[in-house]
Ligand binder design. Sequence first.
Ligand code: PHE
Length: 335
Amino acid sequence: MGTIADLAQKIERLQGDLAARLSEASDATDIDGLKVEFLGRKGSITLLFKEIGQIDPSERGEAGKRLNELKRHATEAIEQKTEGASDAELKRRLSEERVDPSLPGVYHSYGHLHPLTKVQREIEFIFMRMGFDVATGPEIETEHYNFDALNIPVEHPARADWDTFYIDDERLLRPHTSPVQIRVMEQTEPPVRIICPGRCYRRDTQDDTHSPVFHQIELLWVEEGLSLAHLKYVLEVFTQEFFGEGYDMRFSGDYFPFTEPSVQVHIKAPDADDWLEIMGAGMVDPAVLTAVGYDAERYTGFAFGLGIERMAMLRYGIKDIRAFFTNDLRLIKQF
Ligand code: PHE
């Protein structure tokens, strides 16, 4: 038979033990371990309760009271220590993870538009301000839109000027944006005032001014009473807006199957000696207007096609067209 005095001794020892161990515990894991060790299902305090049965029945009430007190003390001590530990942990993190606003920030580089996109948009805006709409057409074209409807029949030698990549017997990668003229005219009645920006393809060997993939902007204006003088005026406005004041402009004769007359447009910078060819243009051939169902006696029109790369090269002084397509950030970042 155990006595209450024995039990009291054990209680005292356990309490001392727990206090000592708690003071050594340094983090939540240690404390959790102690909780299991003392208060768990097989914990030393829990086991002590089992000894009540061996104590003299007259003292069992007192024994139970003391054990409950021990259990309460132990629970409180562990809780206190837990709180203390999380306080300490919080303090440690607050001091270690403090934000120092005086440190330099993390630098994120922002993307920006490709120089070709910038130039394309700039040209679009110039013509949009003049009242032109932007139209687009497919890059995979049919022979019909790319050639026949533009007055370039099969076997016509001019087809060689737009030698391109064929997908099959009927379909090809468009070598110019002129087929968009036809697509738009088929869908609308005059007046037509559009520009058509887009990617084009040609069987050109790459060099510093040729690329098998490039971009054009087409312009088409069809209405009653238009003449070459209107074309010249539109081009003068464009040159002034895009390149600046003081440029000279001249036309020279050229040939395109879909315009008559056809011209090559040249400009000269105020302080330059040389003329630069900037685009092919002309009055829309009446045969083209007739083929889309327009009354060619009543309506006239003009069109041009300009290369976006060429405009960007002139604008930025870039000498090699390949610079636009090699994605070298050292170049791209300059714009
Ligand atoms: N499509 C012609 C080319 O790519 C350019 C052009 C367009 C000429 C419109 C006249 C009229 O060479």
